[in-house]
Structure formats: structure tokens, C-alpha cells
Design a protein around this ligand. Structure first.
Ligand code: NDP
Ligand SMILES: O=C1O[C@H](COP(=O)(O)O)[C@@H](O)[C@H](O)[C@H]1O
Length: 520
């Protein structure tokens, strides 16, 4: 891996503290950073190099999956911290960039490394354009090595602003140099989706409308708006989660990849999925999309306030904290397979998963009824992203002497091993390598915004009712009805509450299956 200087805008901020420093440290310990690297942290705060190093050390102690406990580990940590320098910079101040350029060049000279520069924008989106412009105008972007831009979400507020931002970034960086982070693409199970398909012809063969009855993508959260009222009330679940993370999961799931696929192939296929996604019309939005907002309620026995009573949220806000939708992909593989997506805040449990429900082989009504009677459930392929990670295939089995009654049995295809790399580690490592497979290409971002545009308009024009749901529930009942109309239901919702407060693992302890609500 080539020697690199990371220029980190937003080095004093929350994301750097919670995600970026721990990720860099774990990569360093794993020997996955370049042998020679340097980090130049930036912010307006009057910090010194030592103050930054001290804060990075604290962030690792608090947030890293690896801690520096032993003397040897402490030595390694000190070696890591020695790579950090700090520079006070206000993004709008041209003079500050000159100072920064001098510092970066001096460091490159000191370490004897080429001018490979990775600019990481961990700042608010209002600064993205200015920074890209200043990187160019100050000469920071004129390197004898390579340059890359890693950029956090949100990428635009709608289609027009996203296009505008992209145009401005393109004046300073080419598409190949822009790495748009969508941290869901860094999640280990999501990265396995690609590999599983490529390496297993049997899965490829079943990945079609011939065998699949429906797909369900869920990202339920228990947290509310947290400290981000200002951002979230202008964003809502649609912009915050659906336009990016949820549609990225859909793309990753729906692509068909031959075993020798390249990064370009993956991106071309993802673009193809977005192009095949049946657009919603103003008249169809209300029948396909459920918009929700949480009322007060209780989560794991603790009372929580309504969204409108959260600090910093206007009492009359119509913002969406929940969204569910029914989508269709009109291509050879997926035509006729409904894809249901839901995500929301203040729901009963944290659960992020993709469920592929396979068709029932028994076609006749009498046989289907008989199958139900005897306990047969559909085959499911489940990708569990959170709170635990795992990939499971649910099959039916019958023990001798059990009165002919079937019961579900799980085949574990992958289980989480402790201390594996986290999303940010995977993504930052790829950015060092220049591998953009798991970053969002502009085409995908543009098509995603274009697809959600009618929903944004319909919300604005109040064409979709705002359904209030109790905090601690699974969202508005209309979200269940969306599936019920097609004869389906959301898998694994713990509606009877028998797994209240338990992790999925605890919930399934001693059971042969984790299909603990399969009979819903
Ligand atoms: N936090 C998170 O979990 C996530 C964050 N993101 C995204 O990451 C980005 C950063 O978020 P987060 O770290 O939470 O934000 P914070 O508000 O915690 O940090 C903002 C950073 O920007 C710096 N900054 C603000 N104004 C200026 C300025 N005029 N000139 C120079 N630096 C400035 C601040 O430094 P100083 O105050 O010293 O100037 C600080 O380091 C955002 O785009 C956010 O949407 C994405 C996913 C998750
Ligand atoms: O990007 C975001 O993601 C988090 C959820 O991420 P996860 O990895 O915990 O599933 C969400 O809480 C936040 O609102 C959103 O901005």
C-alpha cells in the first residue's frame, strides 16, 4: 500500500472521535495502513498536536474494539499517535489552506513519502463545496502522487442540490477520485452479499422471481432524534436512511454478479437495478409509501417522549421518523417480486436485516392449508446486520414420532466472530487502496434521489397521511397492512413480546430456530 497523508477536516468532531480514529487505529494494529502515513487533523479549535494526539488516544480508549492495555499495545498506540499533526483551519479562510499546504508538504518531506493525499471531509455538508474548491485553488490538490476525496453523507438534500454539489466537486476531483461513504456498504454482512453470490452458483440460481416470493429490508432503531434535532427535522427517515442506506442495501441484494466481477461491474449492475426500479407517480405514492412519526410510549420499560416533544423539534412538525414502502424492480430477475422496505426511530427493538422469503412449493389451496396445519413455514434466507451479524437459511424439518408436525430449522451460513473489522475500517481501508466497490457512485446517488423525488413532493404536499405510531411499537399498523394486502407479513417482529429486551441470540437460546415469530 502506498504511503499516504490523510488530511482530515472535522478532526475535533463527533464522527472522527467515534468512528474514524478507532478505525484507523485498528487498521494500524492489523498492519493494514501504509508503512509510512501521516494524519493532519483540522478544525477551528485552537488545539496543538499534543492535544489532538491526546484526544485520539481517548477516543481509542472509549470507542475502539481494541484497547491498548499491555505495555506492548501501549507502545503501538504511541507509535500510531505520533503520526498525528493538528492545524487550525476555518474552511472559508484561504490563508489557512496555505498554512495547511506548507504543513502537508513538510510532513511529506520529513517522512520521505510521495504526495499521495487523501482528503477526508468529516464536516457538515454546507462545507463540502467550499473545501473542494479551496483544495484546488490553494494547490493542495495539485500533487505529484494521487489525490482522493472521502465524503460523508448527506450528499445533497434532494435531486437538484445533489446534482449541484456533484458538479462543484467535479471541478476539483474526478469521479474515480471521489469516495462517497455509505457506512451500510462497509458492514461485513453487506460485503458478504457480493461474495456469497459470486462464489455460489446455487445461490445465483435461486436469486430470481421464479423462487422468491418477496424481499423485506428492515432497519428499525430504538434511538430517537438524539442530539441532532436541527439536522433530523429537515431530513426525516426518507432522506436520512431510505434514500441512501436502504436503497444501497436493495441494490447490493438485487444485483447478479458473475464470479469475475470487477468494481466497475458491481457499480454498473447497481445502476441497472436503480434504472429498473419502477418509478412512483404522484397518484401512486400514497398507496405504496407509509409515512410515520412517533408518539410517546415506552421502550424496554422506559418511557420516552413523542417526537414533537423532543428538545429542538417544533411542536407542529410534520417530519417523518418512519417510512415503509413497497417497491418493484422491473427486470428479468425480479419482475413480480415485491420488495418491502421499512426504517424508523423509536421502534421496539434495534434490528437491521434483509429477509428473502421463498415461494411455497405447494400450489393448491388444499395443500397449502394442509402445509400450514402441519407447521410448514416458507424457506427464508436471512441476512442479519444488527444487533448481531449472521446469515441463516430457514428450512423445514420433522422429527420422527412428532405426529407429522414440521418445525423450522436454521442452517447458519455465517455467524459473527468477535473483534472483526467494522464498517468504517473496511471502507477506510478500501479508500487507501483506491478500491471504490463499496462506495456510492454518482450514478447511484443521482438515481436514488430521482427515485425518492416524487415521495419528497408528496410529503411536502401532504398527499401521504402522517401516521402517528406509539414509541416502542413496530411503527404504524399501515406498514403491516402494506404486506398483508399481498398475503405477507414482516418476519420476526416480536409482536407477542416474548422476546422483549432480549438480543436475537438470547431470544433463540435453546430453540432450534430463531424464527421465533414465524407463526405470526
Ligand atoms: N456523527 C456521526 O455519527 C455521523 C456523522 N456523519 C456526517 O459526518 C459529518 C461530521 O459530523 P459530526 O462529526 O457528527 O459533526 P460535529 O458537529 O461533531 O463536528 C463538526 C466538525 O466540523 C468542524 N467545523 C465546523 N465548522 C467549521 C469551520 N467553519 N471550519 C473548519 N472546521 C469546522 C468542527 O471543528 P471545530 O468546531 O473545531 O471548528 C468539527 O470538527 C457530517 O457531514 C455528518 O452528517 C455521518 C454519519 C454519522
Ligand atoms: O446514517 C445513519 O445511520 C444511523 C444508523 O446506523 P446503524 O449502523 O446504527 O444502523 C442512524 O441512526 C442515523 O440517523 C443515520 O444518520
Amino acid at each position: 500500500m502506498e504511503a499516504t497523508t490523510i488530511v482530515l477536516f472535522g478532526a475535533t468532531g463527533d464522527l472522527a472521535k467515534r468512528k474514524i480514529y478507532p478505525a484507523l487505529y485498528n487498521l494500524f494494529v492489523d498492519g493494514k495502513l501504509p508503512k509510512a502515513f501521516s494524519v493532519v487533523g483540522l478544525g477551528r479549535r485552537e488545539w496543538s498536536d499534543e492535544k489532538l494526539q491526546d484526544n485520539v488516544g481517548k477516543s481509542i480508549a472509549e470507542f475502539s474494539r481494541r484497547k491498548a492495555v499491555s505495555e506492548e499495545e501501549q507502545g503501538k498506540l504511541n507509535e500510531f499517535l505520533a503520526a498525528f499533526r493538528y492545524c487550525v483551519l476555518d474552511v472559508g479562510n484561504e490563508e489557512d489552506y496555505k498554512k495547511l499546504l506548507t504543513l502537508v508538504e513538510n510532513r511529506e518531506e520529513e517522512l520521505g513519502i510521495p504526495q499521495n493525499r487523501l482528503f477526508y471531509l468529516s464536516v457538515g455538508p454546507e462545507f463540502f463545496e467550499t473545501i473542494a474548491f479551496r483544495i484546488k485553488s490553494s494547490g493542495l490538490g495539485t500533487t505529484k502522487g494521487w489525490k482522493r476525496l472521502v465524503i460523508e453523507k448527506p450528499f445533497g438534500h434532494d435531486l437538484a442540490t445533489a446534482r449541484d454539489l456533484n458538479e462543484k466537486l467535479s471541478a476539483a476531483f474526478s469521479e474515480e477520485e471521489i469516495f462517497r461513504i455509505d457506512h451500510y456498504l462497509g458492514k461485513p454482512v453487506v460485503q458478504k452479499l457480493e461474495m456469497l453470490q459470486q462464489a455460489n452458483p446455487v445461490l445465483q440460481a435461486f436469486w430470481t422471481n421464479r423462487y422468491i416470493a418477496n424481499v423485506q429490508i428492515t432497519a428499525n432503531e430504538t434511538v430517537g432524534v438524539e442530539e441532532r434535532a436541527g439536522y433530523y427535522d429537515k431530513s426525516g427517515a426518507l432522506r436520512d436512511m431510505f434514500q441512501n442506506h436502504m436503497l444501497q442495501l436493495l441494490m447490493m441484494l438485487a444485483i447478479h454478479l458473475p464470479s469475475d466481477s470487477t468494481s466497475e461491474d458491481v457499480r454498473a449492475k447497481k445502476k441497472g437495478v436503480m434504472e429498473a426500479l419502477v418509478p412512483l407517480q404522484a397518484e401512486t405514492v400514497a398507496s405504496r409509501i407509509i409515512r410515520g412519526q412517533y408518539k410517546d410510549g415506552a421502550i424496554k420499560g422506559e418511557p420516552v417522549v413523542a417526537y414533537t416533544a423532543e428538545p429542538g423539534i417544533p411542536a407542529d412538525t410534520r417530519n417523518d421518523t418512519f417510512i415503509a414502502g413497497k417497491l418493484e424492480i422491473d427486470n428479468y430477475f425480479w419482475r413480480g417480486v415485491p420488495v418491502y422496505i421499512r426504517t424508523g426511530k423509536r421502534l421496539k427493538e434495534k434490528s437491521t436485516r434483509i429477509v428473502i422469503e421463498f415461494k411455497e412449493p405447494l400450489k393448491q389451496a388444499s395443500q397449502a392449508a394442509q402445509a400450514k396445519e402441519s407447521g410448514i413455514v416458507p424457506n427464508l434466507l436471512v441476512f442479519e446486520l444488527a444487533p448481531n451479524e449472521g446469515i441463516t437459511l430457514q428450512l423445514n424439518t420433522r422429527e420422527p414420532g412428532a405426529g407429522g408436525v414440521f418445525k423450522p430449522m436454521n442452517v447458519d451460513l455465517h455467524t459473527h466472530r468477535d473483534n472483526t473489522a467494522e464498517a468504517y475500517e473496511n471502507l477506510i481501508h478500501d479508500a487507501f487502496l483506491g478500491d471504490s466497490t463499496f462506495f456510492a457512485h454518482w450514478d447511484e446517488v443521482e438515481l436514488s434521489w430521482a427515485w425518492v423525488e416524487p415521495i419528497l413532493k408528496a410529503f411536502e404536499n401532504e398527499q401521504v397521511p402522517l401516521r402517528l405510531y406509539e414509541a416502542g411499537s413496530y411503527g404504524p399498523k399501515e406498514s403491516d397492512e402494506l404486506l398483508a394486502e399481498d398475503g405477507f407479513h414482516w418476519w420476526f417482529d416480536d409482536i407477542e413480546g416474548k422476546n422483549e429486551g432480549k438480543t436475537q441470540e438470547q431470544a433463540t437460546e435453546g430453540e432450534e430456530t430463531y424464527a421465533y415469530h414465524a407463526n405470526h
